[in-house]
Design a binder for this molecule. Structure first.
Ligand SMILES: [Fe+2]
Ligand SMILES: [Fe+2]
Length: 201
């Protein structure tokens, strides 16, 4: 089952609870070739981030002995599956492709998630809260970088940002511990490598 989930996340057929596409009612904006390429780069980064989020949750879910945490991680992965599907769809609309390095992001994040999960549930939840916080900040930055007429991409990122904030709050309510500074720094550094690379490939 976990192998199936991994293949689905990496190939873009992730399981989700199939929420409606937030950009469905928006018309396609007039974009120059350069703008289109830039938007595709940004959406590829967001797509890769969602692959990584799925992997984190899968990794944490697989090692946790706590049934409630396992269920919460599975549910979170399903919700990230919606984000993955939305970013995939937007990339298709832009005639672009997902990151070729998605399997790398998946494996790396899965291992990080599994290690966090092994350390203990409150740290695992702390990891979720910090990840969601960093993703939220990153989405905010991306919204400033998108061409203002691209309401389709903006709608998608706005909805994702609201969801990530909810995921963060859920983790805090479930008992997340605050991670040490150097771990947060390391997470930011790792995310940066992905952001810089997935924009291009
Ligand atoms: Fe997400
Ligand atoms: Fe999330």
């Amino acid at each position: 089952m976990h192998f199936d989930q991994a293949i689905r996340a990496v190939t873009g057929c992730a399981q989700s609870n199939a929420r409606a596409y937030p950009a469905a009612s928006e018309a396609e904006a007039e974009l120059t070739a350069t703008q289109r390429q830039h938007v595709a780069g940004l959406m590829r980064v967001n797509h890769a981030g969602e692959v990584a989020a799925q992997a984190l949750y899968h990794g944490q879910g697989i090692v946790s002995k706590n049934k409630q945490i396992q269920a919460q991680m599975q549910q979170a992965a399903l919700e990230e599956g919606n984000h993955l599907a939305w970013c995939s769809q937007r990339l298709l609309e832009l005639n672009s492709h997902a990151s070729y390095l998605n399997p790398v992001w998946y494996v790396g994040s899965f291992m990080i998630g599994a290690v966090a999960g092994l350390v203990g549930d409150q740290w695992s939840l702390g990891f979720v809260a910090e990840t969601e916080y960093q993703v939220g900040k990153h989405l905010e930055e991306h919204m400033k970088l998108l061409p203002e007429q691209d309401s389709k991409s903006i709608k998608i990122l706005q909805q994702m940002q609201r969801d990530e904030e909810q995921h963060r709050e859920d983790a805090i309510h479930a008992g997340a511990a605050t991670l040490p500074f150097f771990i947060r720094k390391l997470m930011r550094w790792t995310a940066n490598v992905m952001v810089k690379t997935a924009y291009y490939i």
